[in-house]
Write a protein that binds this ligand. Structure first.
Ligand code: GLU
Length: 494
């Protein structure tokens, strides 16, 4: 059988960075084995629905490059959700009849039962169990209702759920590719609700029915689901179906070794995207949180990830999300990115920071491209480019720190800048080459060289002691602005 793997997010409104890694590992294995990777939307919890969430999440996944073969997509023309694949619908709320049918089938086979207990009763039972020091679980009150009683209650339209009927004292065993063999006694499990009062299935029924009918070969998901898996395995058995191979991934922790949380920083893929992380960098980085290839290679394309990935090398302990490492990796990708593409990707930050009006972007593209070219090695993420706005547009030089002040106040600087202004004004054009020639001339004529020459020039033009190649900066600034800054400096700061 060909491998078929799925990413099954609930539409909470954004793809969590941990979800992205889960999706990626599913995708990598599917592609490596020439199989299929699909997305299924698990929206059975109607209380958690968020408007537009499905569309947003599909969009984020496609942006990331973890592209699905089957599942919901966004139609380019209508903007509506459409589905591709022979195993749909891929959104659980469109599969309600199937769950209902299968819940009833389990009742018929006596592997499930109606439960008419009220919320209040269940709460009281739980409280009593807790007070007695027991793990709270359903007490089986409705497990042995007679068919007559059930019929009557149904006739009366009493609210009810359908529960899985677990056998007593049975060991359920399954094998997980990362966790190994796991055995649990049914006495330690609850009779899981499969159908809720609102007629919607719980996740636990829907996931089994869907993974079965979508022919899923490997269920790869976060290990917060491990505790539910024995119930799923039993549900497969109750239906007479074969369970898939399970792979539970250790969680991703923050640098403080806590669960990643929205409060601690960015956990939403869309936030990383907004701040200018390249999708290939984010993917490369997230692949390495809890997995590494045998050869220790760090920078990998998607094709290389597909080739090298294996569940066997996924770590058994939690991975730590290290923002510094992600920034380093993003910077590596920024350095090597095609310059035209990079400049286009920088557009929102140029516009946001006022570098350029949105409708002027194309007209100023070549100029912006030069800025990207000299700054790219300094950017951890593309949004950082916005902080260079004044560097390229200020008319009045602002001295960055005391060191810059000391340099500009050296005794020889005022004559030096005067000479420089004169030569720039006299030159036909100002570019990197002509500035270099001018500086050589000044060196010859005045005897100032090295730091005594270059530092005052840099500070006089940028206000900063360090920064990108000054010859290229000057070329980007142009003659008029360079002279204006030097004159300001001369009149006000020297
Ligand atoms: N809907 C579940 C989630 O959002 C997916 C669990 C699974 O993959 O089985 O985490």
């Amino acid at each position: 059988m060909k491998s078929r793997l799925r990413f099954a997010p609930s539409p909470t409104g954004y793809v969590h960075i941990g979800g992205l890694r889960t999706a990626l590992y599913n995708y990598l294995y599917a592609k490596q084995t020439d199989g299929t990777y699909l997305i299924r939307i698990e929206d059975t919890d109607q209380t958690r629905l968020v408007e537009g969430a499905i569309e947003g999440m599909i969009e984020e996944m496609l942006w990331s490059g973890v592209t699905h073969d089957e599942g919901p997509f966004i139609d380019a023309v209508s903007g509506q959700i459409t589905e591709i694949g022979d195993f749909g619908p891929y959104i659980q709320s469109n599969r309600l009849d199937l769950y209902k049918k299968h819940a009833l089938e389990l009742i018929e086979k006596e592997h499930a039962y109606y439960c008419f207990c009220t919320k209040e009763r269940i709460e009281t039972v739980r409280e009593a169990q807790k007070n007695a020091g027991l793990t709270p679980k359903y007490d089986g009150h409705c497990k042995h209702l007679s068919s007559h009683e059930i019929e009557e209650k149904l006739q009366r339209g009493e609210d009810h759920v359908i529960r899985l009927k677990l056998p007593e004292n049975r060991i359920i065993t399954f094998d997980d590719l990362i966790k190994g063999s796991i055995s649990v006694n049914t006495n330690d499990l609850d009779d899981q609700v499969l159908m809720k009062t609102d007629g919607f299935p719980t996740y636990h029924l829907a996931v089994v029915v869907d993974d079965h009918f979508m022919n899923i070969s490997h269920v790869v998901r976060g290990d917060e689901w491990l505790i539910s898996t024995p119930k799923h395995v039993y549900t497969y058995e109750a239906f007479g179906w074969e369970a898939p191979q399970y792979v539970h991934l250790p969680v991703i922790l923050s640098h403080t070794k806590k669960k990643l949380s929205k409060r601690e920083g960015d956990v939403a893929v869309k936030d990383f995207r907004r701040r200018g992380y390249l999708p290939e960098a984010l993917i490369n980085y997230i692949a390495l949180v809890g997995w590494s290839p045998e050869d220790g290679q760090e920078i990998m394309t998607m094709d290389e990830l597909i080739e090298k990935f294996s569940f066997e090398r996924v770590s058994k302990s939690s991975g730590v999300f290290d923002l510094d490492k992600l920034n380093w990796m993003n910077n590596q990708y920024i350095r090597n990115c095609d310059l035209d593409r990079l400049t286009h990707l920088c557009k929102p930050y140029f516009v946001e920071s006022g570098f350029v009006e949105p409708d002027q972007f194309e007209a100023k593209f070549d100029w912006l491209k030069r800025i990207v070219e000299i700054l790219r090695e300094r950017l951890d993420k593309l949004e950082d480019i916005g902080s260079y706005k004044s560097f390229f547009s200020m008319k009045e030089v602002v001295l960055e720190d005391d060191e810059a002040k000391e340099i500009i106040e050296m005794a020889h600087v005022s004559t030096l800048l005067q000479t420089l202004i004169g030569k720039i004004e006299a030159s036909a054009d100002l570019n990197a080459e002509s500035l270099k020639l001018i500086l050589k001339e000044i060196q010859k004529e005045t005897g100032h060289k090295g730091k005594n020459l270059f530092m005052p020039v840099r500070v006089g033009i940028t206000g900063q002691v360090h920064g990108p190649d000054i010859a290229i900066v000057v070329e980007i600034l142009g003659k008029a602005l360079t002279v204006e800054r030097l004159k300001y400096c001369l009149d006000n700061l020297c």
